[in-house]
Design a protein around this ligand. Structure first.
Ligand SMILES: [Fe+2]
Length: 582
């Protein structure tokens, strides 16, 4: 059985392919289109997935889509009767956001001359989210939570998963949403772009939670885990706000209302200086989010006795809250999908359909390397095509076929303070670079953050960089010990270790770690082992291989990024490109 999973017409449009219950490939459309968070119908991702599976359109049995416009109809109707919104709102937000051709028509439009003989199966948005976490988790039984902006008229859903079954116990419906709350605060603080919430999360540790009480005016938390937004502080439920969800990066108008500004003062303009007030508000919003999230988690667990939890939905990108679950709740093991946002819904929808159609086998997704890979020949050709530019930049190219030597040489460059682009194997699925499309730096150097920002990233100085650590060493360096292969949890670094790795220690002593082991990514583990052998530190700084663009996918993009920035070294498979220092 061949299932094509799609996240279409949401942010981070994506596709995956599942054959007989086994994931073969998964990729976000943004990586091909080179526009962050690209929303629309993921034609390039679909073409690549079919190619990777060696299949044609006619071979597809099911197309699983993470949206079901028929879901929660009664709740939609009830809202309309009670709220009587204007017609534009009705058309835009609730029923038919836009007239869209059916998925089968769109597919036949891509593959001209081919016929789609399969069936399109819509899957409720949050069921797809939950499936993306539970069906591919290592757990036979778990509490399942999806926390999000909105999808199919709900914002938050929880229940339990057992074997291949998922039962949903609770839904929180429009207009109440923690995702909307966090996004409104993010906009108010002067970060207007889709996905900027992580900037607020990074800013929060610089502030004090002085405004938690004031923010409680915006959200009422209830003992059963549910919550209500105080809607007078928001605009998403009354107006047809300008939004863009097709053929580009999603954009939004302000979600907060004038009453919000009456309470907290005028918004921060995007280019205005960050004041302590903004830091304190960021910290307070993060604290309130955590309170609401743990309230949900405790309620979802009540009466189940289950100690494992799986998470998905856009808010499951809040790695700070995720990292506190075991301290704040009785849960002992945590699994967060590598792409907890809408991209991940493609995989979730595909596995819902696999099990609905009688598939009995589970598929634990142990790694995130499901994207395109390139041969040595393709990498060499990319280098050859830019040979003149490499000469102008005073670079030389070497081929190092012995992996141990390649890792030793790269680790030595990192230990010398060089910034290294590391391009290997299959591209990562999800927003995080996990050692195949990464830029690597020395975590021991206090100025490494400034160096990276000066040479490549040019991002806000308050944002931290992340550590990749050999799995067996986590307990020695962090206060928690867990497997976090997708960089989805933030732990506190042991106090005595913080001064040894200042470049990856956030201002509050935390680090958003990625655990690395030979069994999951042998070459990346070998690189960190080589760095450990030289320095005694089993950790490297890992940031995504990009410069204000989607993470690089092809060797050409890696080379282009290397040439237009001041990166010192590029390791492209076995090819090592180094800028000569004069
Ligand atoms: Fe979602």
């Amino acid at each position: 059985m061949l299932i094509l999973g799609l996240n279409a017409f949401h942010a981070d449009a994506s596709a995956c392919i599942v054959r007989d219950g086994v994931l073969i490939a998964a990729v976000e459309e943004e990586r091909f289109r080179r526009i962050k968070h690209w929303a629309g119908f993921p034609t390039e991702a679909i073409k690549w997935c079919l190619d990777e599976a060696g299949a044609t359109l006619a071979d597809i049995d099911y197309v699983a889509v993470n949206q079901d416009t028929r879901a929660n109809m009664w709740k939609r109707a009830e809202f309309l009767v009670r709220s009587r919104p204007d017609l534009g709102f009705l058309l835009d937000r609730l029923w038919i956001r836009k007239e869209r051709a059916s998925a089968s028509k769109l597919l036949e439009g891509i593959f001209l001359g081919e016929t789609f003989r399969g069936k399109v199966q819509p899957v409720e948005h949050h069921l797809a989210h939950i499936s993306s976490a539970f069906h591919v988790s290592p757990f036979e039984e778990a509490v399942t939570i999806s926390v999000d902006g909105f999808g199919d008229f709900a914002s938050t859903v929880w229940g339990t998963g057992c074997g291949t079954d998922i039962s949903i116990d609770k839904r929180i419906y429009f207009p109440h949403s923690l995702g909307i709350f966090y996004q409104a605060i993010t906009q108010y603080l002067g970060f207007p772009n889709y996905g900027d919430e992580y900037k607020v999360m990074g800013l929060a540790p610089y502030g004090e939670p002085k405004y938690v009480e004031a923010l409680h005016a915006l959200i009422e938390l209830l003992p059963d885990g549910t919550f209500n937004l105080n809607t007078k502080y928001f605009r998403h439920h009354t107006e047809s706000l300008p939004q863009q969800w097709e053929s580009g990066c999603p954009t939004f108008d302000d979600l907060f209302s004038p009453e919000f500004e009456s309470l907290f003062g005028p918004r921060r303009a995007q280019d205005a200086p960050l004041e302590q007030y903004h830091r304190d508000l960021a910290r307070s919003a993060q604290a309130l989010y955590e309170e609401a999230f743990f309230n949900i988690a405790r309620a979802a667990r009540r009466n189940t006795g289950i100690t494992d939890i799986v998470l998905a939905g856009g808010c499951a990108n809040n790695s700070v809250a995720n990292g506190k679950i075991r301290r704040e709740t009785p849960f002992r093991r945590v699994y967060v999908h590598a792409a907890p946002g809408d991209a991940g819904g493609a995989i979730g929808a595909a596995f819902v359909v696999w099990h609905q159609m009688g598939g009995k086998t589970r598929f634990p997704m142990e790694h995130a390397y499901w994207g395109p890979s390139f041969s040595d020949g393709a990498r060499a050709a990319a280098l050859q095509a830019r040979i003149d530019d490499l000469e102008v930049e005073n670079c030389y190219v070497a081929v190092v076929s012995d992996e141990a030597e390649l890792c030793r040489r790269t680790a030595a460059a990192v230990a010398e303070g060089k910034v290294v682009g590391w391009f290997q194997g299959r591209m990562e699925w999800g927003p995080r670079a996990l050692g195949n499309r990464s830029i690597i730096g020395d975590p021991r150097r206090a100025n490494m953050k400034d160096i990276l920002n000066a040479k490549i990233k040019r991002r806000e100085s308050f944002r931290p960089f992340a550590p990749s650590i050999l799995k067996d060493h986590v307990k020695d360096w962090f206060e928690e010990d867990d497997d976090v292969p997708f960089m989805t949890q933030v732990f506190q670094i042991r106090e005595e270790k913080r001064s040894k790795i200042p470049a990856v220690t956030h201002v509050d002593g935390s680090g958003r770690l990625q655990t690395v082991s030979r069994s999951i990514n042998s070459r990346y583990a070998a690189l960190i082992e080589a760095f450990y052998a030289i320095t005694g530190v089993p950790i490297v700084l890992n940031t995504s291989f990009n410069e204000n663009e989607p993470v690089v996918c092809r060797p050409e993009e890696a080379l282009d990024c290397f040439l237009r920035t001041r990166m010192d070294t590029l390791v492209l498979g076995n090819h090592v490109v180094e800028r000569r220092t004069i």
